[in-house]
Design a binder for this molecule. Structure first.
Ligand SMILES: [Fe+2]
Length: 380
């Protein structure tokens, strides 16, 4: 019997830097959809994104079609399957159109991945190199909640636009419409199953090296009917991930409605930042985007509560924009209706004037607006 070779030092998590220490910021958000051509057209026409790249059969990719959409530093990729087999078709069948990948740019994809796995993350794709004439990208992927994943993208060695294999030949024309002016991804919210919140907060803290930013209990986020709990984790810089779980109320929590229709945990909303929300929402409404309706009573109350703020109150009320204040300043926000047939994914538009919060003062008004929609769907 030969002795075990113990000469290779065991790598322990404590020896490795936290995965988050490699993060540079958001790289892209990939949605897997039933029809990428139409999803791209919708995001361009309704939300003012520009199609900047494409991969599909015409570029030598046979099993899928992907469109890259950009606005400010926000980059979405929408991808659809060419047939009934494979992960994309399965994802769409289970979840409907949904967010599959929350990809971050990192300084060293292999080191980030190794550190994540050493701390207990599940690896979905080990570090691999993709190249074309513009250089090289190194990418690696770990799992997070539901069928959602994080790809670590190291692109310092790449001078092309998005990714090897993409082309900007023959892109769809830019739809006509007023400019929207969204400039960055502010935060990305996940919904997880009842009882799972603490585990996922622990995953982001212990495994990826995030910090908790703020926690909201169900007594802070509840209406007459439904409740939820939420913890916001972040990488200490730009990657901000609130996570919600349903809580028991008189009726079905909106988070539970999401989970029932998405079929698992997943991304609920993406918050997109603008510097001029009145102009942005005016443009989005002109382009046909539908937002949750806010009752006039909300403005009767908030105009009194925040009377010291010099704001274009009539515009805010006309457009349905919500206002909240914290110790650092104020924020303006609005929520779209779901962008999918299933009551799952939606967008938030947000303007921050100092405030670092998430609109806690608006939670009740927001949830009551969502519940009115939920009731119309027969799901409350
Ligand atoms: Fe949000």
């Amino acid at each position: 019997m030969t002795a075990l070779d113990l000469s290779r030092p065991e790598v322990v998590a404590a020896d490795l830097p936290a995965p988050a220490s490699f993060f540079l910021g958001w790289d892209h958000i990939e949605l897997w959809v039933g029809n990428a051509r139409q999803a791209a057209q919708f995001l361009a026409a309704a939300f003012g994104f520009r199609v900047t790249d494409y991969a599909g059969p015409e570029t030598g990719v046979t099993d899928r079609a992907s469109y890259v959409l950009e606005q400010g530093s926000i980059r979405f990729v929408v991808t659809g399957a060419m047939g009934p087999h494979g992960d994309i078709a399965r994802h769409v069948k289970s979840h409907g159109d949904g967010v599959h990948d929350l990809a971050v740019t990192v300084t060293d994809a292999a080191a980030c991945y190794d550190a994540a796995l050493a701390r207990g993350a599940i690896g979905l794709r080990s570090p691999h190199v993709v190249s074309d004439g513009s250089g090289t990208i190194v990418a690696a992927t770990v799992a997070t909640y539901g069928d959602t994943q994080h790809t670590f993208v190291e692109r310092a060695g790449y001078g092309g636009r998005f990714w090897p294999g993409y082309s900007d030949d023959d892109l769809p024309p830019e739809p006509v419409g007023p400019p929207v002016g969204l400039h960055r991804l502010d935060h990305c919210v996940g919904n997880v199953e009842l009882g799972a919140l603490d585990n996922w907060v622990d995953f982001y803290r212990s495994t990826l090296g995030f910090e908790s930013l703020v926690h909201f209990d169900d007594d802070q986020i509840s209406t007459e009917y439904s409740a939820l709990m939420s913890t916001v984790v972040w990488d200490g810089s730009k990657v901000v991930l609130p996570i919600n779980e349903p809580a028991h109320g008189k009726k079905r929590s909106q988070i539970q409605e999401y989970l029932d229709f998405y079929g698992s945990a997943g991304v609920q909303h993406l918050a997109l930042r603008t510097d001029d929300i009145v102009a942005a929402v005016s443009a989005l409404r002109a382009r046909g985007v539908r937002f949750l309706r806010v009752p006039d009573a909300y403005y009767d109350d908030i105009r009194l509560r925040l009377a010291s703020l010099e704001l274009p109150w009539d515009d805010l009320q006309r457009l349905g924009i919500l206002v909240d204040r914290d110790q650092d300043g104020y924020l303006l926000q609005i929520f779209s209706e779901t962008i999918t047939d299933r009551p799952t994914v939606f967008f938030e538009i947000i303007q921050r004037e100092g405030a670092k919060g998430f609109g806690a003062g608006n939670f009740k008004a927001l949830f009551e607006a969502i519940e009115r929609q939920q009731d119309r769907r027969g799901n409350l």
